[in-house]
Design a protein around this ligand. Structure first.
Ligand SMILES: Nc1ncnc2c1ncn2[C@@H]1O[C@H](COP(=O)(O)OP(=O)(O)O)[C@@H](O)[C@H]1O
Ligand SMILES: [Mg+2]
Length: 240
C-alpha cells in the first residue's frame, strides 16, 4: 500500500518559443503524505504554477509520473482524468477563475457535474461550507457583486464541494490584504482538519508558508526541500 497521497517522479515540462527552450520544471520529485500541508515557495517565473497544474492534472508533463492515491494520472484518458479530478482533487487558483455569468452557487456546483453522485448528496456539504466560509447570503450574487475576499471564498467552496482528499492552491491569498489572507488560510486549515485533507499550496507569503509541515522551494524549475518537519508531531493542527 502506497503511503503517499501524491508522488511525483522526475516531472519535466518545457516550453518552446521559437528556438528558445524554457525548462519550467526540471525533474521534480515530491512525495506528500496524507494529511500533510506542504508549501511551495520561490520567485516569480520559477515554475511553481506549472508544477502545481501538472500535479493536479490540469496540465501535461513532457516526462515523468504523477501518482495520486497510487494512480498515475499522466496515463489516464481525458475522460478518466476529468472524473478522477472531480472525485479526488480540489484546485484553488490565484485569480479565483469564477465564471462571471454564473452566480456564486452555480460556480460552486461546477465540479459536481463531473461526478456521478446522486442528486442532493452535496446539499449537506454545501450548507456546511457556505456557513464556514460565511457566504450563505451571497449565493445568488454574481462574482462582480462580491468583494475580492468573498470571491476567493466562493472559489474555495467550489474546490471543496466534492470533499476532495487533496487540495492544490496556487497563491490563494495572493490578491488579498493581510486580514483576508489570514482568514482564507484559517478557513483552509479548518476544513483541512475537519475532512482530514492534504494541502499543497504555492505561496510567496512566508508568514503563510510558515504554517506548513514542510516547505519546498522552486528555483529555476528545480524543486528543493527548504524546511523539513520541525517536529515529529505535526504543526498544522495545533497552530490554529
Ligand atoms: N504557456 C506557456 N507558454 C510559454 N512559457 C510559459 C507558459 N507558462 C509558463 N511559461 C514559462 O514557464 C516558466 C515558469 O512559469 P510559472 O510556472 O508560471 O512560474 P511561477 O508560477 O513560479 O511564477 C516561466 O519562465 C514562464 O514564462
Ligand atoms: Mg504562478
Amino acid at each position: 500500500m502506497n503511503r503517499y497521497i501524491l508522488q511525483t517522479e522526475s516531472v519535466i515540462k518545457q516550453y518552446r518559443q521559437y528556438d528558445v527552450v524554457i525548462t519550467a520544471v526540471n525533474r521534480a520529485n515530491l512525495k506528500v503524505e496524507e494529511g500533510e500541508f506542504v508549501a511551495i515557495i520561490g520567485s516569480s517565473g520559477s515554475g511553481k504554477s506549472t508544477f502545481l497544474h501538472i500535479c493536479a492534472g490540469l496540465d501535461k508533463a513532457d516526462a515523468g509520473s504523477v501518482k495520486i492515491r497510487g494512480e498515475d494520472i499522466t496515463k489516464m484518458s481525458a475522460d478518466a482524468l476529468a472524473r478522477f479530478r472531480g472525485n479526488n482533487i480540489g484546485f484553488i487558483f490565484q485569480k479565483h477563475n469564477l465564471i462571471p455569468q454564473f452566480t456564486a452557487l452555480e460556480n460552486i456546483l461546477i465540479p459536481t457535474i463531473m461526478c456521478n453522485k446522486p442528486d442532493g448528496s452535496y446539499d449537506e456539504n454545501l450548507r456546511k461550507l457556505c456557513d464556514t466560509l460565511d457566504i450563505s447570503d451571497r449565493l445568488h450574487h454574481l462574482p462582480s457583486e462580491l468583494s475580492g475576499g468573498q470571491q476567493q471564498r466562493v472559489a474555495i467552496a467550489r474546490a471543496l464541494i466534492n470533499m476532495p482528499q487533496i487540495i492544490f492552491a496556487d497563491e490563494p491569498t495572493g490578491n488579498l490584504d493581510r486580514a483576508n489572507a489570514d482568514e482564507v488560510l484559517h478557513l483552509l486549515l479548518k476544513t483541512k482538519k475537519a475532512l482530514g485533507q492534504t494541502l499543497v499550496m504555492v505561496t510567496h507569503d512566508l508568514s503563510i508558508a510558515d504554517h506548513a509541515d514542510r516547505i519546498f522551494r522552486m528555483d529555476n524549475g528545480n524543486l528543493e526541500l527548504q524546511r523539513d518537519y520541525l517536529d515529529v508531531t505535526k504543526k498544522t493542527i495545533d497552530t490554529w
